[in-house]
Design a protein around this ligand. Structure first.
Ligand SMILES: Cc1cc2nc3c(=O)[nH]c(=O)nc-3n(C[C@H](O)[C@H](O)[C@H](O)COP(=O)(O)OP(=O)(O)OC[C@H]3O[C@@H](n4cnc5c(N)ncnc54)[C@H](O)[C@@H]3O)c2cc1C
Length: 380
């Protein structure tokens, strides 16, 4: 692969940034284009499992991430009233930590590893011309840009994907998610994350450092019913008032403005992502429900695999298809497994919930720990 090749990346989310970092590490020139004039983030946490923190270590960013976030020692799954269903301390024993941190901090960390003049804001992808030797991308703002290869990292509603595969809406999975950041030191969430399951509702929380706790709550819902943001906190207080501690307290200690709500979507796995010198990465390629917390981690793995697939003597389009081939099975597994877990977590029927909880309580520890090992198994 000629090191003078120039890459264009559409989207400066976690995927676009990680792709730029790994491609630059291989010596390629990279420009990043995003529709937003400036980066913006909502109040939410992110979990980087050992498969992702190993990559941060490879890219020389792990120490800075550790300074910002909180490394977990254990993880617990409880029922809504606090009864333990499963727990594991295996995550504290991997070579690389499981790290929870603020999304904005993570994005800033990745952004800081790329020179400022490589970012181009207010550049909304409209379409590309593939007929040229070097594909040209045209932006809605009337500008265009040329590169030897393009990476579409433009998220769930990717327009790059639509141009290649046709416009298809992602699938709504039947539930919504609130997210927030609570202030204060809650001793029951120190160095530990938990998720609690009720009837058609779940609540999870993890410490993200500096005395803050990131939490999320899911509820079954019809599409297009997010409602009025001014009453989201009151809705949560009502829905989780009788759940175990510290859930009501976490909601109480979250400012209204730090609560967001969205709908949960994914797509069916796609075998070949790109065409010619254009490929996809992250949510543009394989959006998944957040139940495994592996959406970000898969995105970071994509970026690593993309740059590793380019480091040989094949034509660029062949390298991109090789990358897609390598990533297909693992991202397919995560998408489908995460979907199944979410469906089970949102069960409402009392008998189904009873059987589920009993099954979880009697799962052997080695089965639980082996499952984590499968999720974290990304060799570099
Ligand atoms: C706010 C937020 C919170 C999340 N929280 C979780 C979580 O808790 N757990 C989990 O597993 N996953 C979560 N996800 C999903 C997870 O972060 C994604 O799997 C991961 O961020 C994928 O990154 P991405 O870069 O592919 O997409 P995104 O992070 O969505 O980034 C896409 C980027 O493309 C830009 N863009 C979009 N369209 C265009 C266009 N036409 N032209 C130019 N630029 C464009 C957007 O402005 C954005 O910067 C979250 C995603 C978001 C956005």
């Amino acid at each position: 692969m000629r090191p003078e090749l120039k890459f264009g990346v559409i989207g400066s989310g976690m995927g676009g940034l990680a792709a730029a970092i790994t491609l630059r590490r291989k010596g390629f020139a990279v420009d990043i284009y995003d529709r937003a004039p400036e980066p913006r983030e909502i109040e939410a946490g992110v979990t980087l499992w050992p498969n992702a923190t190993g990559l941060f270590n490879k890219w020389g960013l792990l120490d800075a991430a550790l300074e910002q976030g909180c490394a977990l020692r254990s993880i617990e799954l409880r029922s809504w009233n606090g009864k333990m269903l499963t727990s594991s301390e295996a995550i504290g024993k991997y070579r690389f930590p499981t790290l929870c941190m603020h999304r904005a901090g993570l994005i800033a960390l990745l952004r800081g590893a790329i020179p400022r003049d490589r970012f181009h804001g207010s550049a909304t992808f409209d379409h590309f011309d593939l007929d040229q030797e070097s594909p040209i991308v045209h932006f809605e703002e009337g500008t265009s840009a040329k590169a030897d290869a393009w990476v579409g990292a433009d998220g769930l509603h990717s327009k790059v994907r639509s141009q290649i595969h046709g416009k298809r809406a992602p699938h709504f999975r039947g539930y919504q998610r609130y997210r927030g950041i609570a202030n204060g030191d809650h001793s029951s969430v120190r160095e530990k994350a938990f998720e609690s399951w009720g009837y058609g509702k779940r609540f999870g929380a993890c410490p993200i450092g500096h005395g803050r706790i990131a939490w999320y709550a899911t509820i079954n819902a019809r599409p297009g019913t997010l409602g009025d943001p001014r009453i989201w906190k009151a809705e949560l207080q009502d829905r989780y008032s009788n759940w175990h501690n510290p859930i009501p307290l976490l909601i109480q200690s979250t400012p209204d403005a730090a609560i967001s709500k969205d709908e949960i979507y994914d797509r069916e796995p796609l075998f070949e992502w790109g065409r010619g010198c254009v490929t996809l990465l992250g949510d543009a390629a394989h959006p998944m429900t957040p139940n495994l917390g592996q959406g970000e981690c898969m995105t970071l793995e994509d970026a690593d695999c993309l740059s590793e697939s380019l480091a040989n003597n094949l034509e660029i389009a062949e390298c991109l298809r090789t990358y897609e081939f390598f990533r297909y099975e693992r991202t397919r597994f995560m998408t489908l497994d995460s979907r199944r877990l979410g469906e089970m977590g949102q069960w409402v029927h009392p008998l189904a919930v009873l059987i589920r909880n009993l099954w979880l309580r009697f799962l052997p520890q080695r089965t639980i720990d082996a499952r984590y090992a499968t999720l974290f198994d990304y060799g570099d």
